[in-house]
Design a protein around this ligand. Structure first.
Ligand code: NAD
Length: 476
């Protein structure tokens, strides 16, 4: 191991205000709920006070979105709407460094990821859907928008999730009220400033901050036509119940427990990189994380030896340091959940190994960890840990791999590592997962649809398919 000199990104580019209001009808306004604090998870510093939207604030936001929909946005031609989306995309690129630094400060993710993945993907989504705005009649889903979309997103990819929700909605002619997660509200509020800078008509995008109660008020508001939710399966089920019997259109992007399957003929070093990327990217706070490694028995010892050697080189620490591979856990609550499930893993008899890294004294940290000797019955093989923890199981034959991979209530993603194209195709046919990656993992592109099976939710985001969620169907 060699020493790195720290290479911290400056936070001077970001102007964090002491307090933030709600973004309603094109302006920042006070909330009528009790303000809450957002914290830097890398050092527990309070970053700002953020307004909590009450039911009345949510109602004001939905009314603003309805007005903007009826009077302006749904009347505008697709080509005109596209100009706004392109403008937003270009401002995102211009202010990319600011967005990336703020995302890393509020979320805890390494700057390398926010700079090279989250922010480019945010801009790419707006560019991509801007291109659709004047071509909806070729989408196959009609060209009539639904109206007002109520959108609720989680904390693991605050900007990326915002883009997945807002870009297609606006391109199709809907207006939106979006609620970011309570631990990561700041970049959504910076995005609100970008909407102002782009001269987006007031009310087309509204941002209401707050926790579960604010989200509940939004999804159950009677004047919301479309609910789009990304988050846990538990809350997704509650939302499905809340909107049942209404004519709201719903998409749910929920949890996952992906199998990353390594066959004996796979290029092992490449597979090890894919395993590391699959579970330690974004501290494992990834719905499609490859959290279950299924490795063929004949190469299990070799894969584990190389994996541990690679894990020992991961640099855990300051998210703003450009050398950092694994940043901070997003919140004290999430850290407690990861610790609890890891202890359960040990008590159920799995063998735990953690990378020998020094963790910072303050903030929320968890060393990259792997459990071997895991069986299907263990909770760490069944439940989403949503942290940097990998459970390893072995298999002998492709059919055993399929059976183990599918033995989960989730069905979001899977990875297959093998030299044989025929095996990739047959695995992809048998795996019950919305996305199957072959000899790679966690690859995303705005042109490609993403979504789940079973308890991972329904509906697709991204690509042409992502338009379906925001249009009324074939024009008659
Ligand atoms: P969460 O379900 O606790 O919260 C998600 C959002 O829902 C937050 O904004 C929260 O305030 C809000 N919320 C909470 N209760 C609500 C209610 N009753 N009604 C409406 N809104 C409510 O999830 P989380 O802990 O923030 O995120 C982690 C989860 O998100 C994981 O399970 C992960 O797999 C999932 N996720 C899925 C995808 C995907 O595309 N499938 C992507 C990212 C994250």
């Amino acid at each position: 191991m060699f020493e790195y000199a720290p290479a911290p990104e400056s936070r001077a580019i970001v102007d964090i205000k002491p307090s933030y209001g709600l973004f309603i009808d094109g302006e920042f306004v006070d909330g009528s709920g009790t303000a809450f604090k957002t914290v830097n998870p890398a050092n527990e510093e309070v970053l700002a006070e953020v307004a909590e939207a009450s039911d009345a604030d949510v109602d004001a936001a939905v009314r603003a979105a309805r007005r903007a929909y009826t009077r302006v946005w749904s009347r505008m031609s697709g080509a005109e709407r596209a100009k706004y989306l392109y403008r937003i995309a270009r401002i995102i690129q211009e202010r990319g460094r600011e967005l990336a630094v703020l995302e890393s400060i509020d979320n805890g993710k390494p700057i390398r990821e926010s700079r090279d993945v989250d922010v480019p993907s945010l801009a790419a989504h707006f560019f991509y859907y801007a291109g659709w705005a004047d071509k909806l009649k070729y989408s196959g889903y009609g060209s009539t928008p639904l109206g007002v979309a109520g959108q609720v997103i989680p904390w693991n990819f605050p900007l990326m999730m915002l883009a997945w929700k807002i870009a297609p909605a606006l391109a199709c002619g809907n207006t939106v009220v979006l609620k970011p997660a309570e631990t990561t509200p700041l970049t959504a509020l910076l995005f609100a400033e970008i909407c102002q800078q782009a001269d987006l008509p007031p009310g087309v995008v509204n941002i209401v901050t707050g926790a579960g109660d604010t989200g509940r008020a939004l999804v159950s508001h009677p004047d919301v036509d479309k609910v789009a939710f990304t988050g846990s399966t538990e809350v997704g089920k509650a939302i499905a119940r809340a909107v049942a019997g209404t004519d709201k259109k719903v998409t749910l992007e929920l949890g996952g427990k992906a199998a990353n399957i390594v066959f004996e003929d796979a290029p092992i070093d490449q597979a090890v990189e894919g395993i590391v990327n699959g579970i330690f990217f974004n501290q494992g706070h990834v719905c499609c994380a490859g959290s279950r490694l299924l490795v063929q028995e004949s190469v299990a010892d070799e894969v584990m030896a190389r994996l541990k050697r690679r894990m020992a080189t991961l640099r855990v620490g300051d998210p703003l340091d450009k050398n950092t591979d694994v940043g901070a856990i997003n919140s004290a609550e999430q850290l407690a959940k990861i610790r609890e499930l890891s202890e359960v893993g040990e008590s159920e008899g799995a063998e735990r190994w953690s990378a020998p890294c020094e963790l910072p004294a303050h903030g929320y940290w968890f060393a990259p960890t792997v459990f071997t000797g895991v069986t299907q019955a263990h909770r760490i093989a069944r439940e989403e840990i949503f942290g940097p923890v990998l459970s390893v199981l072995t298999f002998r034959t492709p059919s055993e791999a399929v059976e183990k991979a599918n033995n989960t209530p989730f069905g979001l993603s899977a990875g297959v590592w093998t030299d044989k194209g025929s095996l990739i195709l047959s695995m992809a046919n048998h795996l019950r997962a919305g996305v199957v990656w072959a000899n790679t993992f966690n690859k995303f592109d705005p042109t490609s649809p993403f979504g789940g099976y079973k308890e991972s939710g329904y509906g697709r985001e991204g690509g042409r398919h992502g338009l379906e969620a925001y249009l009324k169907g074939e024009d008659s």
